[in-house]
Ligand binder design. Sequence first.
Ligand code: SF4
Ligand code: SF4
Length: 74
Amino acid sequence: MENWEITEDRCKGCGLCVEFCPKDCLRMSAGLNRIGYHAAELIDAQNCNGCAMCAQMCPELAIKIYRRAKVKHA
Ligand code: SF4
Ligand code: SF4
């Protein structure tokens, strides 16, 4: 699982991220964001592989994927 983050109030509800997610991890939320759109939300975090297709498709640059760094234990 990767860290998936959306700046909800940037989302204009176009649905591209939902459409292009190869893992069907996303959906449009039922509620409205501050600018009046149904924002995308992550519904299946365990299945998200961090491919960042959603972030690349988003015209509003609303999605960010944070990869977890591997921590070396001495
Ligand atoms: S990073 Fe990939 S698998 Fe995860 S939500 Fe985005 S498109 Fe789907
Ligand atoms: S692609 Fe961006 S603007 Fe479109 S629904 Fe997804 S997060 Fe919102």
